[in-house]
Every structure is written in structure tokens, then in C-alpha cells.
Design a binder for this molecule. Sequence first.
Ligand code: HAS
Length: 536
Amino acid sequence: MEKTLKKLIFWEITIPIILLILGIYHGLMQVLYRAGIIKAAEFLGLNYYQGLTAHGVINAIALTTFFGVAFGNVIIYHYLKKLNMKIAWLSFWLMVIGTLLVAISILIQKTDVLYTFYPPLIAPPTFYIGAVLLVVGSWIAFFNWIPAYLSYKKENQKTPIAVYGIFTTFIIWFLCTIPVAIEILFMLLPKSLGLVSDINNLLARTLFWMFGHALVYFWLLPIYVALYTLLPKVINSKLFSDTFARISLALFIIFSIPIGVHHQYADPGIGKDWKLIQGFLTFMVAIPSFITAFTLCATLEYAGRKNGANGLFGWLFKLPYFDKEKWLFAYFISGLFAFIFGGITGIVNASYNVNLIVHNTSYVPGHLHLTVGGLVFLGILAVSLYLISKIKGVDIKFKTLNLSVPYLWLIGSLIFGFGMMVGGVLGIPRRTNMGLTYSNPDSILYNPDWMIWNYISMIGGIIMSISMVFYFIVFFATILSKPKTEGKIEIEDAQALEESNSKILHEFKLWLFLAIILIILAYTFVYYDVFRATGG
Ligand code: HAS
């Protein structure tokens, strides 16, 4: 079983990393268009919006979903020692076929609806069918873990923190994909097939965002799991508090979904009261990340003090930032550092009135490249490389180059984020081919005052792209190298300083119940408003 599982994990990690070459290329193209270096509607046969669609779908949807499933399979097998391989392969093939259909749709059928596919933009049916297969594949992986979990729980009171975390991730994922499934199956796909002539755009957007913000915690939580387990081990520390980690995960179940309207503050048709309430709930969802920040800082401090640190902040200088053998730490700390700014800017976005200044400007991609493009992305790169080297029994190649990847990415994304966010406050739009307009001196829309911020973002984007070239070299050299040992599936975790004994923090029932109540309370009146405003 372990042999076929190793093969499965290998492909679940390698396929999205291969696709990522295309995803990163289109990221680079974005900054070149935005800085007016490319002044055309298309480049090398792909138009601007097609490239932006490929960038978002590959990096934010395909990579993250494959990774979540791969990491989940590893965790369930490692801790619970059970997995039905036939079902695991079924889930894999559905995800692969789904991804291929979406790729065909974007690259051959020229789909350019972006990763949020808002109507009235409509894609060919292949795009929606592919998306559905990708999601169903990930659901099947999750359903496959449930029997293993239930039989483990019959004999054990406690749930390992990694298992608790991966179940939290997929419970949120399952719940939040229901509204987007309704949007796709009953609105967008029938419209794309020509079965209906008109759809309710506001309703579609509301269903999308009920999914869309919880989606970001589907991206984030596997990385929190890695931070709670792998990070303490690599720095020879202990997770400061298992209880805090579990409370944080439980709070995500409750607060991840009833907050999607914070993406729709500017949408007409939804009452301001409900927007404000979901704004407050959004502040609540920041709390588990604050708890995580505290837990991880204390975990780092414990390691630093063990290494002989003194004074209030001395521990910060006793951590293995440049130790090539502890390269995982460099990825994690770079991601965490970026996430401090990603978090602060998220809170700016969430503030109802301030959001009206930054909404639909380049501020938003600035924020998302410090969250999903920061901690989440670096976490995925790190854990993918870690798992691949374990299952293949190989050493990481080009260790110095590998160590440079996270720091270069961090520097690049901070510069990029700075340019995009200051530019956003000045009014630079997102999702706009500025090479034809605001960054083109031949256009009547040309805005020279914005150019400095576009150039700063471009420099950041180029540094990020260089960092990824280094990563691809390390990754492919590592998987192509000769095995040194028999590969194995394992997660090297550390003990916690304090273990939780509370039963509710080892189960999900209560959190699920509270989540459903809150979703009903937060969304019933929103949908009422949507139907009232749009006439049904
Ligand atoms: Fe967000 C838009 C609000 C978190 C991703 N977000 C987006 C979009 C994406 C995204 C992709 O309220 C764009 C969607 C689109 O295309 O339209 N976001 C928030 C809030 C949070 C937040 C309140 N976002 C994320 C995460 C993402 C993500 C996580 C991906 C993984 N976001 C918004 C809003 C919008 C939005 C509005 C809509 C904007 C608009 O108008 O369109 C919170 O969850 C953030 C909480 C985080 C913290 C940070 C904790 C810090 C930690 C690091 C500790 C550091 C250590 C290291 C330990 C409170 C854990 C110390 C060591 C040293 C060496 C110093």
C-alpha cells in the first residue's frame, strides 16, 4: 500500500508544480503589461485576460487543491494508518481530468473569465465541468478519510493535531463549496449550454462569495497544520500550546463562511446592515490568526531560549535563518513575516468604509500576494519539496539555491505588495490591461503619476519570478536525483509543551453546529435582500 500511496502523492505534488511553470510565467506577464512594457492586447498568442485567468486558476485553485488533498492523504496515512487506495486514485483522476478540461478551456477555447468567473462573463461548458470535477475529486478524497477517522476514534479519545487540522480544512471546504456548486450547476452551466437565456448576476455573485472567502482558509489551514507540526520540529522546539492551536482551528470552522459579503460591500441590492454585520464577523475570523501568531511566536521563543538567547527579543537572533539543512524554517519564517502584512491589509479590506477606497484597486492583489501568495505559497513550496524528498528517499539538491528561494520571494513580494498597495490607494485599478491604457503614453488614459508604482510592482514581480526559477531547478533536480534510502511517508512532528485534554477540542460536532447556525443567521437576510432587489 505504501508503494502505491507514494506514487499517488508524487503525482499529486508534481502535476501542479509542473503547471505552476505556466502560472508563474503569467504572473510575470501581468507585471509587464501593468508597467506598460507590453503594450498590446495579447502576447505570444494569449490575450491579457486569458493569461490572468490561467494565473489565478493554476496558482490559486489547482495548486492549492492538489496540495490540500496530497497533504491530507499523507497525514491520514501517517497518523491513522488507513486509507482506501482505490478511492484515493479515483479522487486523483477526477482532479486530473477536471484540471485538464479547465486548461483546455483557458488555453484552447480562450476562456478569460478570471478565477472568480462572475457572470455576465460566461465560459464554455468545459470550464465549469472541469471545475466541478476538480472539486468533486477533492470531496472524494475527504470522504475517504472519514472511515479511517471514525475507526481511529473508536479506540482513541484524542485526535492528533494534524488530523484535527486537515479535517477542519476539509469540513470548511465541503460546506463552502455547496453554494458555488449551486451557482455553477444551476446557473452558469445551463447558461453556458444555452439552456437558459438569463441569470441573476447578483445572486450568482453572492453564492460565489459565500464560497470565495472560506476558500482562502481552505488554502491557509493546511499551512497552519504544517506550522503546528513541522515548524517546531525543525527548530528543535515544542508547539507552545496544543489547546490554542485547536481553539484557533475550531474558530475557523465557525467564522470562515458567514463573512463572504465583505467582498460585496460595493454591490447594490444587499442592505448595509447585513454588510456591517458580516464586516464584524470578518474581524472575528482574524482572531484565530492572532492566536496562531501568538502560539508560533512563543514556539519560536522557546527554541531561541533553548539556544541560549537572553533579553526580551534575543530569541529572534538565535533561530536558524541561514541553516541549509533547516531550509524548511527559511520558507516558514519568510511566509510568516509576509503574513504579518497580509493580515494587517486584510483587516483594512474588511473595514466597511475603508474598503470603499481600496475595492477593485491594485491594493487587493497587493493583499492577496502577501497571504495566498506569501505564507500559503511558500508553505506549499516547502512542504511539497519536503514530502517529495521523503517519499523518494533523496537529498535536496542545490541547497544554497534552495535557501535563497524563500528570501528572494519574500523580498520580491514585499516590493510588489508595496507598489500595488500604494498604487491602489491612489486609484490604480486591478484586472486591467494597463499596457493599452493607463501605462501607455499613446493612450488618452495615460497616467504618468501612477508609473512609479507600476515600476515598483514590476521589480517585485521580476524578483519573485527569479526566485521561482531557482525553485523549479531545485525541485526538478531533487526529484530526478538517485534515491539514497528507501523512501517513506512520514511527518516529523514535535511534541507540544501543553496538550489539550478537552473532549470538544478533539471533535467537530459543536463547532459544526455553531457554524451552521451562524451561516443561517448571517445569510438568510442577505439572500432575502438579493431576491427582493432583483425580483427573484
Ligand atoms: Fe483576504 C480579498 C479580508 C486573510 C486571500 N483576500 C482577498 C482576495 C484574496 C484573499 C485572494 O474584508 C481577493 C479576492 C478577489 O479576487 O477579489 N483577508 C481578509 C481578512 C483576513 C484575510 C480580514 N485573505 C486572507 C488569507 C488569504 C486571503 C489568509 C489567502 C490565503 N480579503 C479580505 C477582504 C477582501 C479580501 C475584505 C476583499 C477586498 C475587496 O474589496 O475586494 C484575515 O484572515 C487576516 C488575519 C491575519 C492575521 C495575521 C496573523 C499573523 C501571523 C504571522 C505571525 C508571524 C510570526 C513570525 C509568528 C491577523 C499568523 C514572527 C517572526 C518574525 C521574524 C517577525
